[in-house]
Design a protein around this ligand. Structure first.
Ligand code: NAD
Length: 285
């Protein structure tokens, strides 16, 4: 396996994929930003230009550095155009069927030395790897956090067949991208969401039972636990649908009732109140 990562393909140009592409480009790595939606590619392109221009205004980088970063990014609606990448990170929709189909194509598209990483929040790495057949040793969880340019953590998840070499290379790449990688094993939700989601769920239950209003719940957790934002505000930021889907994966995989989404959370999702992205969630945005 070659150790050199010259080019990265980031599959998915949404919230997470656009951030991963930006961090790769500002770390000096050529990046292909891939998405089936040209609208999402245009949105990612605008986001990259906006963030880099803001960095120049705030004197965090020079105009030349901004132009160099932008010139490293290619936007592709066909994964085949990114076939020369020697690393792929999938950041598409959190759906097992979508990811299985993508990993089959990724296996066929990228060279045999390429690591095939996924940014999934909760889906089993071992399960995703089965779609690649004989390449399961090169499949790994590379779980970035939102917003990617700001958040330092990358949770590195080893599937059953992931080789130690793949994990070591993922740790090295995360460090090259200025992140702090921390390894975890492949159990539903890994560490971050396994611990976070019950907290968020309990906050919804406390609200539903009338223990306190959302503002008070969030303020108590901020001031009492030194959280930068309360759990209900964080749920809006993540997306209530995303929280719901992750809780369902935890519930199904771990079989414990405590992970089952609170009825009030389910109700808000059914009503289309998904948080920041729809303008309404726990709060009005
Ligand atoms: P998003 O909905 O913002 O973006 C998903 C993108 O994937 C869309 O642009 C969509 O067009 C694209 N896509 C769907 N199918 C595709 C395909 N077959 N080929 C190429 N592109 C395809 O989602 P997101 O919030 O960026 O989440 C992406 C992944 O990252 C998910 O697995 C999610 O669980 C994970 N994640 C999300 C967060 C978060 O806070 N939002 C944090 C960590 C991890």
């Amino acid at each position: 396996m070659s150790q050199e990562v010259g080019k990265i393909a980031v599959i998915g140009a949404g919230t997470m994929g656009s951030g991963i592409t930006l961090v790769a480009a500002t770390s000096g790595i050529d990046a292909f930003q891939v998405d089936v939606s040209t609208e999402q590619l245009d949105r990612a392109r605008a986001y990259h230009a906006k963030v880099l221009s803001r960095n120049v205004e705030k004197e965090r980088m020079t105009e030349e550095e901004k132009e160099a970063a932008l010139s490293r990014i290619s936007y592709c609606s066909d994964m085949g155009d990114a076939a020369s990448a020697d690393w792929a990170v999938e950041a598409a929709t959190e759906n097992p069927e979508v990811k299985a189909a993508l990993f089959k194509t990724m296996r066929e598209t990228f060279p045999d030395h390429a690591v095939l990483a996924t940014n999934t929040s909760s889906i089993s790495i071992t399960q995703i790897a089965t779609a690649t057949g004989d390449a399961a040793d090169r499949v790994v969880g590379m779980h970035f956090f939102n917003p990617v340019p700001v958040m330092k953590l990358v949770e590195v998840i080893k599937g059953l067949a992931t080789s130690d070499e793949t994990v070591a290379r993922t740790v090295a790449l995360a460090e090259r991208m200025g992140k702090t990688p921390i390894p975890a094993n492949d159990r539903a939700g890994f560490v971050s969401n396994r611990v976070l989601m019950p907290l968020i769920n309990e906050a919804f239950c406390a609200w539903m039972e009338g223990v306190a209003e959302p503002e008070a719940i969030d303020e108590i957790m901020k001031l009492g636990c030194n959280f930068p934002m309360g759990p209900l505000r964080l749920a809006d930021f993540i997306g209530l649908d995303v929280c719901h889907d992750i809780m369902m994966v935890l519930y199904r995989e771990l079989g414990d009732q405590k992970f089952f989404p609170c009825p009030l959370l389910r109700q808000l999702v059914t009503a289309g109140r998904l948080g920041d992205k729809t303008g309404h969630g726990v709060y009005e945005h």
